[in-house]
Design a protein around this ligand. Structure first.
Ligand code: DHE
Length: 549
């Protein structure tokens, strides 16, 4: 089996189905059109995540024809079939590709990379739809839901999100969205939800409607992962619910939109030069985006160039972008408890960048474990080190704690102050809550089902005691249908006394949500419904709106 971090990146890309121009390289081995088409499909499904769309390399090596032609078909076939200790999966010996597939891919990567189309303003406008005009929307909340405690749960493979009432655990609505929604964020007021599919489709959901549903949508790119909204209110203006922003993997760009209608206003390309070697990179993908509370700014993290862009949105016709050099392969991250420092994982550099949103500078770059993957991370007060932010890792079994209080705990600030030991690698998300004394960590990509189907909990007051295992998938009481039942993403309710988990199986297998009582660590509820298909991320409205984690 391949390492967890490889499986994580070898997911399908919507670009597999996009028409593209393919030139034949006269020096490369011959291929028929049918072979090109099949190879291209496989490349975007299995390879592009690591090697990039244009094969310039990211976490995987570059595979441009100048390199691959020199290696030749036989050499490439061995590499693809057997993999490498550096992380290349063994596609043939693992049974995931046949010998014919491997031969096809070895010939394909010697051709010029096909270039997917751009996606500019005209394309966006064509897909932009206001479902309910702002003037026709409710002027007050038209339902009895406690909207601050609604959860938005991604139903990955059906292209939907489930809106679930956190108080009653009943499904409020299943909303049609883009494919495999990656994240949900709220407007500053908490009234609207913004979700973005892997295919770049954004849906804006109005929680004031009698039955909350879509009010606007747009496709902002061909492949994407991140969306957020303007949060600043202060002397430079009130931007509550004014603007939205989304970042694309392809084309490499971000777009600023009207926060009430999703009308696209400004597109900014992220193509440019890398932070370290200062070489041009043609496809720097946009990873995490957050909105600053200190300034009218979006913080946009660009993966391949390793740059954090501080985008001042106070006048988008005179857009000011401050470029901070962090480290390559920026991915996910979250705020420290004061929301002044944004902690962003540079995953394949094994570092966490600390961005001071108040001063607009890189505060520190902290060495952590192998392939940090925080989600948004977890904040808590450590008995010795004071306020810390924490991240788990895909590539090792540790949790890194980073001090975040330069005022009262200066000697620990922005250093890795401790490592907790977890059950194994393959961790994706970690979570705590100001009202909780627990720290939860999942490990959905661990190859051992015992680990991937449970979570571990640490007692913050007694971290030396080690962890307690909660068998979440077992508690779900699902049929023994061979489903993977990966337990993914702890998320607290508004009160901070319950933790929700997804039990994620394939589309044709049973899945569920499990709710745990945070005080007793006992099972509180299981949410099962035939409509809960492939649940992955879930986002509590209050905690997402106020960045509580
Ligand atoms: Fe994610 C966050 C990208 C695989 C579920 N994921 C993010 C973010 C990025 C990202 C850039 C940060 C967004 C932000 O905060 O603005 N994710 C990618 C990938 O490129 C990758 C490795 C491969 C891919 O093909 O997508 C990938 N992610 C996954 C999964 O396999 C997961 C488990 C299920 C899925 O949908 O495919 C998954 N990613 C999530 C979730 C978050 C996320 C639930 C939000 C975490 C949070 O707490 O904010």
């Amino acid at each position: 089996a391949s390492a967890p971090e490889v499986n994580y990146q070898a997911g399908t890309s919507p670009l597999a189905d996009v028409p593209m121009y393919q030139s034949a390289n006269p020096k490369a081995p011959k291929m028929t059109q049918a072979e090109f088409d099949r190879a291209r499909q496989t490349y975007f499904e299995r390879c592009a995540g690591c090697h990039g769309v244009l094969r310039k390399g990211a976490t995987g090596k570059p595979l441009t024809p100048d390199i691959t032609l020199a290696k030749g078909t036989d050499y490439l076939k061995v590499f693809i079939a057997y993999g490498s200790p550096a992380g290349m999966p063994n596609w043939q010996t693992s049974g995931e590709m046949t010998e014919a597939d491997v031969d096809l891919m070895a010939r394909f990567i010697q051709q010029d990379p096909p270039q997917p189309p751009e996606w500019g303003m005209a394309d966006m406008k064509k897909t932009w739809k206001i479902v309910v005009e702002p003037k026709d929307r409710p002027t007050r909340k038209m339902n009895n839901y406690n909207i601050a405690n609604i959860f938005s749960t991604t139903l990955r493979d059906t292209g939907e999100v489930a809106l679930i009432d956190g108080d009653t655990k009943q499904i409020i609505n299943i909303v049609k969205t883009g494919y495999a929604v990656h994240i949900t964020r709220t407007s500053a007021s908490g009234r609207y939800l913004f979700v973005i599919g892997r295919d770049g489709r954004i849906n804006m959901i109005d929680l004031w409607m009698p039955k909350p549903d879509n009010v606007a949508e747009i496709r902002m790119g061909l492949e994407a992962r991140s969306v957020d909204t303007s949060k600043y209110k202060g002397k430079e203006g009130d931007f509550t619910d004014k603007l939205a922003i989304a970042g694309a993997y392809w084309p490499p760009q971000f777009v600023i939109m009207d926060g009430n209608t999703l009308e696209p206003l400004k597109i900014v390309s992220t193509r440019g030069v890398t932070v370290d070697t200062q070489d041009y990179h043609p496809e720097p993908r946009v990873a995490s985006i957050v909105a600053s509370h200190f300034k009218p700014e979006f913080i946009v993290n660009v993966k391949e160039t390793g740059k954090t862009l501080m985008v001042d949105y106070s006048d988008i016709n005179a857009l000011k972008v401050t470029e901070l050099g962090s480290a390559r392969y920026l991915h996910d991250g979250g705020w420290d408890s004061t929301k002044r420092y944004f902690m962003v994982a540079a995953n394949n550099s094994n570092k966490v960048g600390v961005i001071d949103a108040k001063e607009g500078k890189m505060e520190a770059i902290v060495d952590v474990g192998k392939i940090p993957h925080p989600g948004r991370g977890a904040n808590f007060v450590h008995p010795k080190f004071g306020p810390v932010w924490s991240t788990g890792h895909l590539g090792d079994d540790t949790i890194s704690l980073i001090g975040t209080d330069p005022k009262k705990h200066k000697q620990y600030a922005f250093k890795e102050v401790a490592k907790l030991k977890g059950p194994g690698g393959g961790a994706l998300f970690i979570k705590s809550h100001p009202k909780s004394t627990h720290l939860y960590s999942d490990a959905p990509l661990n190859p051992d089902p015992k680990i991937s189907q449970s979570v571990v909990v640490y007692d913050i007051k007694n971290l030396d005691k080690g962890y307690t295992v909660l068998p979440i998938a077992e508690w779900a009481g699902l049929p023994d249908d061979g489903g993977a039942k990966r337990v993914v993403q702890p998320e607290f309710n508004k009160a901070g006394d319950e933790v929700w988990f997804s039990v994620w199986s394939a589309k044709d297998k049973a899945s569920a949500l499990v709710v745990v009582d945070d005080k007793t660590l006992k099972l509180k509820a299981v949410i099962k419904d035939p409509r809960i298909i492939t649940p992955t991320g879930h986002f509590n409205v209050n905690n997402t709106q106020h960045d509580v984690y």
